[in-house]
Write a protein that binds this ligand. Sequence first.
Ligand code: ATP
Length: 514
Amino acid sequence: MDKKEDLLKEVISHAKEYGYVFPSSEIYDGLAATYDYGQLGAELKNNIKNYWWKAMVQMHEEIVGIDAAIFMHPKTWKASGHVDAFNDPLIDNKDSKKRYRADVLVEEHIEKYRDKIKKDVAKGLKKFGESFDETQFLATNPNVKRSQEKIDLLESRLKNILETDDLTALKAFIEELNIVCPISGTANWTDVRQFNLMFSTELGSVAGDAATIYLRPETAQGIFVNFLNVQKTGRMKIPFGIAQIGKAFRNEIVARQFIFRMREFEQMEMQYFVRPGEELKWYAYWKEKRTKWHKALGLGDAYYRHHDHVKLAHYANAAADIEFDFPMGFKELEGIHSRTDFDLRKHEELSGKKLQFFDPELNKSYIPYVIETSIGLDRMFLAVLSASLKKEVLEDGSERTVLSIPPALAPYKVAVMPLTKKDGLPDKARAIINELKFSFQCQYDEKDSIGKRYRRQDAIGTPFHVTVDHQTLEDNTVTIRDRDTMQQERVSISDLHKIIDEKVSLNNLLRHGG
Ligand code: ATP
């Protein structure tokens, strides 16, 4: 399949057709940037959560998990900086009435120069063939150098404008670059305004500002406000971590690209509390550890790259994204941030409560420094789905669609099918499921020809397909088909559990990625 926008379309329609993801409230024509997970999607999501939770909590003596409320005291968001600074600059096109993030318009403009470089490289490769040296080409080709200089200049100007929050300059910059609305084709822009991304609502029956509370825009703050509770009751010693999986809400201005950017989404975050001065060591540790967790899935190492941040948030002293090669290109999947003592210090200031740890080895108290690992569950879901969806041409020239989801994450582990609906074969198939279902999510399937059933299981990503036939009634053997190789072998029913478990067990993943 072509790795272009087409793939995203294929993923969206496949996800819908097989019950992975539906547009939210579809009978009312859906709600923008909101999606519902269907019967298979809920299973895949749970399996991803499980892999994360086990790798982060169960495999680490010094990490514990919590489940904090979505609503938090409004002061939380004052302390974290979200009330004052969780803004995106937005701009409207007066002709199309479409709204954009002003900074993204400029970034997309800059992206065009990157595309130009890519095209020049492709041309170079074509011209010089095997003797082509990409590094040297990038460093010396005059066209590439010109594009790169332009990129550097525009990026540094954008950075300055964003750092000084100069909205007038941002509009002027958009006009100077002649950026037009892709819908109307005009440059008839409104002024740039700041737009806070938090959703607010009112608490109980009290009216006015005092009652305004927010839907949390990140799960991290639920961890920070519980730092002392957990440290004391869990008798945790530094370094230690607190993990959490939960919903977060952001009123994104440009919410598109399917479940990549939603207004309601789920995060899996872990805050690791360390001694001040040791944070960069732990930052490097977690960056590597989280990368290993991803790669253990076997989707292919080429799907991942690190993007180290040059411009850091004011409270961070190191930050990197683990980027994934989504259908729309490399984008952030997970962030690893060294957040210093910013959050705990701010909460200490606003709450008046001491949020410190007494370190018996150093014989002193301090506010710990924090390394955060933050991954979007929905983005992880999209990563798995888009890298797994394949169309294959078989030896006989026919085509099959297969979802080669890592077996440990697959919604169903095994489909059990009677060859025909007669002769007691369905009962035998059900008896097999009744044994296997204690360990594995199983599916019973008797509709259509066996060939069609295999294709359906390939398309939903079931790793094993067991067929019960007449020989089964004689000698208690079945055939087991492997989704990826399509090879079939005849095995004894009593061996099924072992064969399936070897391939689908989460333990194998945890050994490599835990
Ligand atoms: P982006 O730059 O893409 O908006 P971010 O830097 O704001 O992301 P963080 O605040 O670091 O993201 O959030 C941590 C993780 O949460 C991200 O790596 C991403 O996987 C996920 N995430 C953030 N916003 C969304 C969203 N609107 N929809 C789905 N997942 C999201």
